[in-house]
Structure formats: structure tokens, C-alpha cells
Design a protein around this ligand. Structure first.
Ligand SMILES: [Cu+2]
Length: 332
């Protein structure tokens, strides 16, 4: 498909997406530490991919009877006492880890374990299962964890640029042969060959495809994922890579304002493509809802794509184009 046709189709997708309740991360801002608790259930199940293939996953889920890939993210305050209870409903051993912050150690099949910790550094973190690495992580046991600075409701860290709303983009790439091996309790023996690419567990469904506009399966319509704003707004995007490959995250309309890479502060560089490295890379960036500078006549509304510039990630099942990791940026 030609690039301009692609962009046009993305615009059509934006127009047809349903306006549903917002799924943005909410944080009231508070100037005192509090106690926060959350229970995750380690579960497994199958998720049907865009080509109709049903693939096995494991997840840190919200109940013993559901499957969440990635997990529902957590947002806490700097200095909070965070208590996380992990109920392992499976027969296999797992763990809950945030590098440098907490490590549950092994949680045997059927076991429940509670960890308490105090995150002292504001920022973006991946929690994941580090056992049987990297397999448990890439088959779905991961999620986003945000630590807000004390007393702030609209900054990434004290003194950072401010934002109006925030969300996670958790990327993953999936080799179903690996998932099947994990399901069978064996170690994958084949080289990694990803066939599905997801953002927040979803892939896109272009116009004309089944599921287009359905926020439960179409990443372009999912309000935990797509960026929506008006001129003057700014969205903080917390990007995490749970997968095996690195990604080239590209936004249209405006450049990102790049705030951090792998926890290191970047001096507010404006950039259109951001490298999200493998080995659990992370990036924080603000998308500024400014009138796109290249548009003539000037525009203040419209829909633009965010996609990955490594072409393979825009496919599913070995070539189904536009069924990969992308979403919409909608000016309203
Ligand atoms: Cu692009």
C-alpha cells in the first residue's frame, strides 16, 4: 500500500472510532505518602490474533478467571508503601520483579505471596516475571508501573515538562512457537521468529477488516492506547518494551518531546522517531497537541498515525499488513 493511501486510511479509522469513556491513567496528585495495594492473579489462556490463530499467553490478571496481557498498570506516588499480592493460579513457578525496586523471589504453583516496597524514584517501570527468562516475560507476564513525583499530578519527575494526561504503550512481539513451548512446559528450541506485534496487547484492525473500531481489539480505537487531545494539550506516553526486538516508534502530526531513555533524562529533544531498545527498553515522551507545523492550510483537528518504522511490526501472521503495532493520534 502506498504511503499516502495508508495515511488516508488511518484518517478514516480515526473518524469511525467510537467515543467511549476515557481509559487514561488517573492520578489526583498528593503531597503525602500513602499505602497502596493491588492483587494480581497469574493466569493463562488463549488470545485470537488478527489472522484467526489462537495463541497461548500468561498474564498478571485482575481476577482468577480473566487473562490480562499486559497487566492493568499501577500508578503510585513516590514514597508510597506499595503492597502487591501475587496469587499464582497456575502449576508453574513465577515471580514479580521491578528491576532495582522489588523481587518477589519464586512463587510456586498454587502459592500466594505478598511483597511490600517503597519506590523512591519517580518514573516509568516494567514489572515482569524474570524466571525462565525471557520466556515468561514475552508470553505475557509483564505490565507498566508508574511512580508519580510527590505533590505533582502533571509531571514525570519534579521539574519536568507538564502534561494533561498520561498512558502506557507496552509493546510486545510474539512467536507463537515459543508460546506453545511454554504452554507445554518445555524450553523453546527454535530461533525467535515473531509473527505478531502488539501495543498494550492489541494490534490494529484497518478499515474494512473485522473488528475495525472495536476498542477491545483494535489498538487504533482503544482509549488506553490512542492519543486524543485538543490544541494546547500534552500527553505523556510511557513506552515499555516487553518483547525481543527493538522498535522505532514514529509519530505523525508533531514530533515527540523526548524526556527519558532507559531512566536517563534527555533534555527535551524534539524527535519524530524514538528508538525503544530490546532488553526491556523504556522511553518517556510527551506528544504535544500543537498545530502540525507542516500542514498547509493550517489545521487544528484531524487524525494521524503512530506506527513503528520497522516494517515487520506493522504486520501479523507473516505478512498481513496493517494488523500490527500502531495507534491513532486524534486532534479534537
Ligand atoms: Cu511514520
Amino acid at each position: 500500500m502506498e504511503r499516502r493511501v495508508f495515511l488516508k486510511k488511518m484518517g478514516v479509522a480515526g473518524l469511525t472510532s467510537a467515543a467511549a469513556a476515557t481509559g487514561l491513567l488517573s492520578w489526583p496528585g498528593r503531597s503525602y505518602a500513602a499505602s497502596v495495594s493491588k492483587t494480581y492473579y497469574i493466569t493463562s489462556g488463549n488470545i485470537v490474533q488478527p489472522d484467526g490463530v489462537s495463541v497461548f499467553f500468561k498474564g498478571f490478571s485482575d481476577s482468577s478467571t480473566t487473562l490480562a496481557v499486559p497487566a492493568t498498570p499501577m500508578v503510585v506516588g513516590q514514597g508510597d508503601t506499595v503492597t502487591v499480592t501475587i496469587v499464582n493460579t497456575l502449576t508453574t513457578t513465577h515471580s514479580f520483579v521491578i528491576d532495582g525496586v522489588v523481587d518477589s523471589g519464586s512463587i510456586a504453583g498454587g502459592q500466594t505471596k505478598t511483597v511490600s516496597f517503597t519506590p523512591n524514584t519517580a518514573g516509568t517501570y516494567l514489572f515482569y516475571d524474570k524466571l525462565n527468562a525471557p520466556y515468561n516475560r514475552v508470553v505475557g507476564l509483564h505490565g507498566g508501573f508508574a511512580v508519580m513525583p510527590l505533590g505533582s499530578s502533571n509531571q514525570l519527575y519534579a521539574g519536568s515538562l507538564t502534561f494533561v494526561n498520561q498512558l502506557f504503550w507496552v509493546f510486545n512481539d510474539i512467536d507463537p512457537a515459543w508460546n506453545t513451548a511454554v504452554q507445554n512446559g518445555t524450553t523453546p528450541t527454535t530461533a525467535y521468529k515473531p509473527r505478531y506485534f502488539t501495543i498494550n496487547g492489541l494490534s490494529s484492525r484497518p478499515p474494512g477488516a473485522a473488528g475495525n473500531g472495536d476498542p477491545t481489539i483494535d489498538a487504533m480505537a482503544n482509549l488506553n492506547t490512542k492519543l486524543v487531545g485538543s490544541i494546547g494539550d500534552a500527553a505523556l506516553v510511557r513506552m515499555l518494551n516487553a518483547g525481543m526486538g527493538s522498535n522505532a516508534v514514529h509519530c505523525h502530526g508533531n514530533h515527540f518531546i523526548w524526556l527519558t531513555k532507559n531512566g536517563q533524562i534527555i533534555p527535551n529533544w524534539r524527535k519524530d522517531v524514538l528508538n525503544l531498545s530490546n532488553s526491556m527498553g523504556k522511553i518517556d515522551a510527551i506528544y504535544p497537541f500543537e498545530a502540525p507545523p507542516d500542514a498547509y492550510p493550517p489545521v487544528t483537528s484531524g487524525t494521524y498515525p503512530m506506527h513503528l518504522h520497522n516494517e515487520m511490526t506493522q504486520t501479523a501472521g507473516g505478512g498481513l499488513y496493517l494488523f500490527g503495532a500502531m495507534t491513532d493520534i486524534e486532534f479534537i
